[in-house]
Design a protein around this ligand. Structure first.
Ligand SMILES: [Fe+2]
Length: 287
């Protein structure tokens, strides 16, 4: 390795890793080194720039907590998350969209027809639909795990210091025998992704805003099916065309309508809704 130079170092580095030949790990590691070295050579990266990149990543780590994952946010604003979502959406299934930085495992189980908003101010909306396979067969017992911001665009988890319960505006529902899920909640508002950290500096440096179109988050799963992580957007919300994390897809925009005919749906609801949003989730088989 004494004759190493800027043109031979890439192969030399790759050779030092004794990975299992043909393994996925080998493929991802070698690809990463190839692209990182190419980027460095093509751009003649200086010492100051190299240290700037490393310090930026260091700052992302420093500001991260169990409730704030700055690296997910970084991935979101540079379209890395959206690209992974797009590549991994299965044919016929609901399109995937951002997990975002605020997901919490073990959200409370709730009964169908329950009210997620628990006395919060804002427009009460019935969110309902079916979970099916791609042939429209219902998936009874499918799990619909949801979390969202409130009517001011804030996640309760962001206001724990002000006495908010981090599990507020989160719930896990089980679809009925017809694959239906339904619950009421408060209509979320658009919000800005956290921009008081390194990712915010990146957005400002690129003259970008931090706003997200109003949305509801979901993870939907059922036995034998591939789970999906996605978001539902509302047709009348701002930022559908310039969402800060590239989460919007045409197929994920739901129409928000009046609740005048809600009684015809036959749901037993804990709270009377002002508006209705219908969205069906489609899961593809596992594998
Ligand atoms: Fe969100």
């Amino acid at each position: 390795m004494r004759d190493i130079n800027q043109f031979t170092i890439t192969e030399a580095v790759k050779k030092t890793f004794k990975t299992e030949p043909g393994s996925r790990f080998e493929q991802l590691l070698r690809g990463f080194i190839d692209h990182l070295h190419d980027y460095t050579r093509e751009n003649n990266v200086t010492h100051a720039e190299w240290m700037g990149i490393l310090n930026f990543l260091y700052d992302c780590g420093q500001i991260s907590t169990p409730e704030r994952h700055e690296f997910i946010l970084l991935s979101d604003v540079i379209g890395f998350s959206a690209l992974v979502d797009m590549i991994n959406t299965k044919g016929g299934a609901t399109e995937g969209s951002n997990l975002g930085p605020f997901y919490l495992d073990n959200a409370p189980r709730m009964k169908l027809g329950g009210n997620l908003s628990d006395g919060r101010e804002g427009v009460s909306v019935l969110v309902h639909g079916r979970v099916t396979d791609s042939l429209h067969n219902p998936l009874p017992g499918a799990i619909v795990d949801t979390w969202q911001a409130d009517a001011s665009g804030t996640y309760p988890i962001q206001e724990q210091e002000q006495g908010q319960d981090k599990y507020d505006l989160r719930g896990v529902f089980e679809a009925d025998e017809q694959g239906r899920y339904y619950y009421t909640t408060v209509l979320p508002k658009p919000y800005t992704v956290p921009y008081d950290g390194p990712v915010g500096r990146l957005l400002r440096a690129g003259n970008r805003h931090a706003w997200r179109a109003a949305h509801l988050h979901y993870i939907v799963r059922a036995p034998g099916m591939s789970s999906i992580t996605t978001e539902i957007f509302f047709d009348n919300t701002e930022y559908l065309d310039n969402d800060a994390v590239f989460g919007v897809r045409k197929s994920l925009i739901a129409k928000l309508g009046p609740a005048s005919k809600v009684d015809e749906l036959g749901y037993s609801l804990e709270r009377k809704p002002d508006a209705v949003c219908k969205f069906d989730f489609v899961l593809a088989p596992e594998g």
